[in-house]
Design a protein around this ligand. Structure first.
Ligand code: CU
Length: 231
């Protein structure tokens, strides 16, 4: 092969490499999403996920595990959302055991959990907080309950793309580093009976987006009086 024939092949490869880098390097956007109820109030505990239509949305597990704390007969946070492949760590800070297990989701308990699990966490004693960790390797929602305390409830949502977050009490969620281009914005709340409409959007740099739930969730019950259920 002579030099003249070799050069164009090299430059084409370089060009393709540059193209492949472009969506990540040059066009990542931060999206601030505000979710409201039908009557315009902030909606907390809503999973907000971005699914780019062009693909390029390979799972990117987070390096650090998401923590779900057991404290005062509650799981905290109530809703956890992670990219596929991320670890979730349950930590018991109560002075008694919890028996954590996956549970059906939905208000009617009719939706099988995306991932099935069950383990017992001994009481926290002497500054030691027993924990268990697992890899969330199945996309979708899983309810979480405790075999010993029926009121304990949490939800884990595993998203196929890296861009997923849960709204705070002001209804806000931040999706960082989203690629420019057409994408679907997906909402999910553990109490929904009917799936939320997907919102088609076009990401073009940092932006504020608004989205509306199709129902008004009930507030999560407040914490019970400390010690009420100790064993
Ligand atoms: Cu428990």
């Amino acid at each position: 092969m002579n030099a003249a024939a070799f050069r164009p092949a090299l430059s084409r490869a370089a060009w393709l490499a540059a193209l492949a880098l472009l969506p990540l390097a040059a066009t990542a956007a931060d999206l601030q999403v505000v979710v409201t109820t039908p009557d315009g109030k902030p909606a907390a505990d809503v999973v907000v996920a971005l699914l780019p239509l062009a693909g390029g949305a390979a799972p990117a597990p987070r390096a650090e595990p998401a923590l779900i704390i057991q404290k005062d007969i509650r799981f905290e946070p109530y809703v956890t959302a992670v990219p596929l492949g991320t670890r979730v760590r349950f930590v018991n800070r109560d002075r008694f055991d919890h028996h954590v297990r996956s549970a059906p989701g939905g208000p009617l308990g009719s939706i099988a959990p995306a991932k099935t699990f069950e383990f017992r966490l001994p009481a926290a004693r002497g500054g030691r907080e027993p924990s268990a960790e697992m890899v969330m390797d199945a996309p979708g929602a899983s309810g979480v309950g405790c075999h010993l305390h029926g009121s304990m409830r949490a939800h884990i949502y595993v998203n196929p793309t890296p861009w997923v977050a849960v709204t705070d009490n002001a209804g806000r969620a931040l999706l960082q580093g989203a690629p420019d281009g057409a994408a679907d914005l997906r909402l999910w709340h553990p109490d929904q009976i009917v799936a939320q409409d997907q919102v088609r959007t076009t990401v073009a740099g940092n932006a504020n987006l608004e989205a509306k739930l199709n129902f008004t969730p009930r507030r999560r019950p407040p914490p019970r009086i400390k010690g009420e259920y100790e064993q």
